[in-house]
Ligand binder design. Sequence first.
Ligand SMILES: *[C@@H]1O[C@H](CO)[C@@H](O)[C@H](O)[C@H]1NC(C)=O
Length: 345
Amino acid sequence: MFSSRMEGFFILLLLLFGSAYFQDLYRNANRNQDYSTGTHYLLHPIHSVVQSTRGANVTLPCIMRRRPRSYRVKWSKVNPEDPLENLIIISNGQYHRNYDKLRGRVRMRRSHRLDASLIITNVALEDEGRYKCELVNGLEDQSLTLSLQLEGVVFPYQAKEGRYHFNYIEAYHVCEEQDGRLATYSQLYQAWTDGLDWCNAGWLLEGSVHYPIIVTREPCGGNLPPGIRSYGPKDKLKDRYDAFCFTSALKGNVFLVHGPMNFREASAACRARKAEMAKVGHLYAAWRFLGLDHCDGGWLSDGSVRFPITDPRERCGGLPDPGVRSFGFPNEEERLYGVYCYATT
Ligand SMILES: *[C@@H]1O[C@H](CO)[C@@H](O)[C@H](O)[C@H]1NC(C)=O
């Protein structure tokens, strides 16, 4: 009787102290977990990739779980090739300063007191990439990163002078001249999954040289399975290839003026309509985003003649897939074609 009462007493003691001890352990574990995962103050987003298009306004979400007493939020662009931090905006909750590349096009959203999201207006091609939202409160800095991806189209570009004419610097500029930007590897990969099959190697933004193959054939890497063929890194000044350019949504409109005209007459025809001759990037963007479809070859500003097909048919280039078809660079005196004009409405 006595012993069993003592036993009960000890068990009670054990339960009381034990539970306090374990509660403590549990609290410590939780606190440690909060600090170690770095999510003490910042809520991790469900989606780490945000999609947008050129010209749109986009929000990169960064939400606090709770507000530290004093803090700053720092947004920067993460560039793997550039070790320097690309600051975009800093805020201490009261005022903010704008930095560099996105000057005038960014602001912090303040929809509620825990909101530190970044708004980018009029998204540009070079805005694509990784962004870091960093909460600095003196003790432990916490950050999260998000990727901004633009919806768009990749187009191979070959010089008038022929195949494999551009070094990296020239390829970079030629894409800009055609209203695009050198494509990234991930943009080329996306284009390949969408059906891009091209047997000429071209520069990418990262400085490597590749070509995308869907239908395996002898001159294009032989019996290798379909995929992105790689030439690896190349000398940016000495090595010469074509270019893969990327463009996104169009700000204006592209329209066809029927011919026949030579190159000079084509240029005048656009000017007479308060427009300019379309660049190659304009035509691809109009094809991809506006569904432009014409069976007529038309001059473009670089001297090439092309036409956009969204609804493939036998008498319009015949090929099974939609695409922008090319007649190359005809003699500028040839009076056989119409012209594609571009107008910023
Ligand atoms: C983007 O935001 C700006 C200013 O906040 C506004 O003037 C503009 O119309 C917006 N653009 C689009 C495409 O919604």
